[in-house]
Structures are given as structure tokens and as C-alpha cells.
Ligand binder design. Structure first.
Ligand code: PLZ
Length: 449
């Protein structure tokens, strides 16, 4: 086992400890101020205000220590305030904070692009460009694919999630809370079936890929498609792992038709699933890959990486933005990537899977509401149904989430039907804390039965 066993990480005692009800009085006071100061459109999962974090623990304003099973939505893969990230950020921030790479450049940006070109699948000639958020990376992947192909159509899949900007809202499948009342959305976005093994009955991955391909041919026309954008494991959609063959068949169709195949690895990337990138599991080499979240240990950074001839097809000056590849975020990314290499992050993710999957399978025996257990590495989920049916149980999912929150475990839900409970622990999660969190989940099943 390579998972952390220390009691103290980054000055944070690796112990769940509740000294008040959650949220405690300091958090409640801050929440009242939040309600007066922050748009109510910005929601909060668990309103405990965080003051310090590290390893597998978040400490709140009342001195409660909570187990972090979400990593800030798959971001702090190397742990919160990982010293390797924090020290490089401190050094960079003291030297200079910003120049704008397009005005006067700096080495960190180039070094992050070199690392991305090395770590992403395929040994062809690659280039990268850096941005601030996942949505911005997806937008730019579409811009690049359109410039390269001279085509307009963008194909996405059911249950897909790509962001909250206008284009990426249109590319996202789920209405609430992402799209409702925010249209009209950008044109030329087409949605095709995705392999969802738990719901596909007897249909195989390649069969569903055939339906998707037929839809593209008949409804869009392959020669009109600039890009197909797919998450190799669908994140917000509920950690849907397409059946073997689906992802590959769609990628092969893209290749055969001059379509740019874009893997959105913003949630699944950077060692999260036990490979550097989830595409590798099926041996798919995407033309372009979008990354963000886990790339920089919590600093905002995103990227598009891909085939040199595609990335270089854009006119000079066509890609950029004031902050894209900010030097502090680049320093954080270099620290995060160094930590992942030095600590064999991919193996840690596999170790976490090896603890979680059998434990969840045990729970399923007594709790048949667990209809499906899926995911890879440190990206694991359960889908909850009314026992013996396929009917989604969003109410039970919410009740479980609430129980975990009240007992000091920060958990997240997901899924188009709101019935997926997902786990994204940081790779610095000590084994004992991971097991404790699973114990609380089991108690949550009993308490909400
Ligand atoms: N593509 C695959 O998972 C972000 C969204 C949280 P940004 N997922 C978390 C929320 O409710 O806004 C995501 C993703 C995939 C793109 C994105 C978008 O990344 O950095 O949030 O823009």
C-alpha cells in the first residue's frame, strides 16, 4: 500500500473530529453574510467555511475536521495545499505574479506544455495551449477543431458535461441547474447516444456506438462534423463508464471521417483513474485532450493538448486570453505533476479503487438500493435505485449525502437523475480515513433505510 499513513499532513491532524453540530456557529454566521453578499444563484453543498486543509482533511471555521471525499470536485488530487505545490506557488508569487504570456512570456508556461505533451496519450508531435477553466479549454478545443477542419458541427453525448459558458452549456446534457432559463444556446451542437451499461440492458458498447454513428451520419453528415467531444468516464453525468469498445469505435469513426476526436479529461485526467488519462484504458489516442482540475492542485489552470498539425492550424494570435497559463498557476501545475511522478500517483489511485470497490460490493448485499457500483481509481460511484427496479432514487441519495455531511464526511452527488453518489478522494487520503468514511457511508445506509 502506497497510500499515506501519516497522522499529520501539511500541519493538519489526519483525524475526523466534530466539536459542534455542522454547520457550527462561525459557519452559520458566515452563511448569513453569504446570503446577503453572494448571489443566491451560487449554490453550496455543505455550508462549513474552510480555514485549512491537507491530506484527507478539511478544517472549518469552528474547528471541525471533516473527511474530504470530493477534492473540491476532482481538483486537489495531490491533496490540498500540497507542500510541493504551495512552495512553488510561494516562490513564484514572490518573483512575479503576471505578465500575460502573450505580452512577455515566461518559462513556466512552456514547461507545463512540455509536460502535457509528454504525459498525454500518443507519441506523435504535440502542442498545448493554456487557459483558466475547464469550460474555456472545451471552448478552445472546439475553436481549434473548427479552424482545422473548416467544418461547424460539434457532436456530444447524452449525460455529457462540459461547462457553464454559453457554448459549453449547449454541449452539456442536463437542464437543471446548468441550463434552465439561460438559453438560447449556440447552434450546431448535436447529441448522440452514449453507452451506459447499467441502463443499456443487453446492448454492448459497440452496438451503442453504432447507433451514435448512424445518428451522426444520418442527422448531421460526417463531412459536416468538426469535432466529437466525449468524456472517457462521464463525470457530472454520474461516473458512467461506457462499455468496452464504445469509446474506441467513436474515435475510429472520427479518424475515418476527418473529424477531430476530443477527449474531455477535465474530471477523469491526471492520475485520477489510475492512468495518467482515462483514454489510455481503452488504448484510444485522442486528437485533442482537454484538461483542468487536477492539473494544478487547486490553482485555476486548464489546457488543450493535441496533434501539432491541428493545434498549429489556427492563425497566429487566434488563441489566448489575459490570464491563460498564469505563472502562479503554472508553478502549481509543475509542483503537482512532480508530486504525481515522485509518488506514483497512478498506483495510489488503483490502491484506493482496491479498497473501495470490494467494500461497496459488501454494502450492496445488505442495501439493494445500490443498483450499480462503477468507476476506476479514485473516481468511484454508486447508483441508487428503488430496490429491485431501475427507478432512480434521488431522495435516498440526498438523504445519504445529508447523513455523511452531518457526520463530517464531505461527499458529492451526481447524475442526470440525481441518484449517483460519487467519491473523489485526494490521493493523499490516509487509508484509515478512507475506511472511516466508508464506515460512515454504511451507517448512512442503515440510518436512512
Ligand atoms: N468538462 C468533464 O467535469 C467541470 C462542474 C461543477 P470548469 N465539472 C465540475 C459545476 O457545477 O460547475 C467540468 C468537467 C468536464 C468541463 C468541466 C468544466 O470545467 O473548470 O468548471 O469550467
Amino acid at each position: 500500500m502506497t497510500i499515506a499513513a501519516e497522522r499529520m499532513i501539511n500541519g493538519v491532524n489526519q483525524e475526523r473530529k466534530l466539536v459542534t453540530n455542522l454547520p457550527g456557529p462561525h459557519s452559520l454566521a458566515l452563511l448569513a453574510r453569504k446570503e446577503n453578499a453572494v448571489s443566491s444563484g451560487v449554490g453550496i453543498g455543505l455550508p462549513v467555511f474552510i480555514t485549512k486543509a491537507g491530506g484527507g482533511i478539511l478544517v472549518d471555521a469552528d474547528g471541525n475536521s471533516l473527511i474530504d471525499m470530493g477534492s473540491g470536485i476532482a481538483v486537489t488530487t495531490v491533496g490540498n495545499a500540497n507542500p510541493e505545490v504551495a512552495s512553488r506557488v510561494v516562490e513564484q508569487v514572490a518573483n512575479f505574479t503576471h505578465t500575460c504570456f502573450m505580452v512577455t512570456p515566461y518559462a513556466g508556461y512552456v514547461e507545463v506544455c512540455e509536460a502535457l505533451n509528454e504525459l498525454t496519450p500518443g507519441d506523435h508531435d504535440k502542442r498545448s495551449a493554456l487557459f483558466n477553466s475547464g469550460a474555456e479549454a472545451v471552448e478552445n478545443a472546439v475553436k481549434i477543431a473548427r479552424a482545422f477542419t473548416g467544418r461547424q458541427a460539434v457532436v456530444v453525448v447524452e449525460h455529457g458535461y462540459h461547462g457553464r459558458t454559453n457554448l459549453t452549456m449547449g454541449m452539456t446534457a442536463k437542464n437543471m441547474p446548468y441550463k434552465h432559463s439561460f438559453g438560447p444556446f449556440a447552434p450546431e451542437i448535436y447529441r448522440v447516444p452514449v453507452s451506459y451499461p447499467f441502463h443499456d440492458g443487453p446492448h454492448t458498447g459497440t452496438e451503442v456506438a453504432d447507433w451514435a454513428i448512424s445518428r451522426m451520419e444520418k442527422e448531421v453528415g460526417a463531412e459536416n462534423i468538426a469535432a466529437i467531444v466525449v468524456e472517457p468516464i462521464l463525470g457530472e453525468g454520474g461516473f458512467i463508464v461506457p462499455a468496452p469498445g464504445y469509446f474506441k469505435a467513436v474515435a475510429d469513426f472520427a479518424q475515418a471521417n476527418g473529424i477531430v476526436f476530443v477527449a474531455d479529461e477535465i474530471q477523469s485526467g491526471f492520475a485520477r483513474t489510475g492512468d495518467w488519462f482515462a483514454s489510455e484504458f481503452e488504448g484510444v489516442v485522442p486528437d485533442l485532450i482537454t484538461t483542468a482540475k487536477g492539473i494544478a492542485g487547486g490553482m485555476p489552470l486548464a489546457a488543450v493538448t493535441g496533434r501539432a498539425e491541428i493545434m498549429d492550424s489556427v492563425h497566429a494570435g487566434g488563441l489566448g486570453g489575459t490570464y491563460g497559463g498564469n505563472p502562479v498557476a503554472c508553478a502549481a501545475a509543475l509542483g503537482s505533476i512532480a508530486w504525481m511522478k515522485e509518488n506514483n500517483a497512478r498506483q495510489i489511485a488503483k490502491d484506493i479503487e482496491a479498497i473501495m470497490l470490494p467494500r461497496l460490493a459488501d454494502m450492496q448485499i445488505n442495501h439493494p438500493t445500490i443498483g450499480d457500483i462503477r468507476g476506476r481509481g479514485a473516481m468511484i460511484a454508486i447508483e441508487l435505485v428503488k430496490p429491485g427496479t431501475m427507478e432512480p432514487d434521488a431522495a435516498r441519495t440526498a438523504a445519504l449525502n445529508k447523513y455523511c455531511h452531518q457526520h463530517g464526511v464531505v461527499t458529492l452527488t451526481a447524475g442526470t437523475y440525481g441518484n449517483v453518489f460519487r467519491f473523489l478522494p485526494p490521493l493523499t487520503m490516509p487509508v484509515a480515513l478512507l475506511e472511516e468514511a466508508l464506515g460512515i457511508l454504511e451507517a448512512a445506509f442503515e440510518a436512512t433505510a
